[in-house]
Design a protein around this ligand. Structure first.
Ligand SMILES: [Zn+2]
Length: 139
């Protein structure tokens, strides 16, 4: 039987635990169950998620931050951010769900920044075009 105090496996006829000296004759069946349940819970509840998908979370956060930094490159930045989004969604099933959510948010921000940059650049070009266009073209 298992000692309800320390979990050591003692022989069934033992009256005291060989490890901690707990009085085993006093321990009821329920006490033993109570000890073993948190042990099982520990194995299932510690770090929920698929460790095989952890790489996606790491890759996602790296790519989302990278896309933010290269947002001035426009198209590569958007491609990078979209890849990061995909990896982030895969990473939601990994052990690092929080990291994946963070990288999805960052890649979303990166896409918005890139779109704003495109609008900004487009405005500059169009104002240049307006300045260069003879005024009668406007009428
Ligand atoms: Zn014990």
């Amino acid at each position: 039987m298992y000692c309800p105090n320390c979990g050591t496996n003692n022989s069934n006829d033992a009256h005291f635990c060989i490890n901690c000296g707990h009085d085993l004759s006093r321990g009821t069946q329920e006490e033993t169950k109570e000890y073993r349940m948190p042990e099982n819970g520990y194995h299932t509840d510690s770090r929920p998620g698929d460790p095989n998908k952890n790489w996606a979370s790491y890759l996602s956060i790296i790519m989302s931050v990278a896309s933010l930094f290269i947002s001035f490159t426009l198209i590569p930045a958007v491609v990078c951010a979209i890849c990061s989004l995909v990896f982030g969604i895969i990473g939601l099933k990994s052990q690092y769900k929080g990291l994946s959510i963070a990288s999805i948010v960052v890649s979303g921000v990166s896409i918005i920044v890139t779109v704003l940059l495109v609008v900004f650049v487009f405005n500059i070009f169009s104002s240049f075009a307006t300045a260069l266009t003879p005024s009668y073209y406007m009428w």
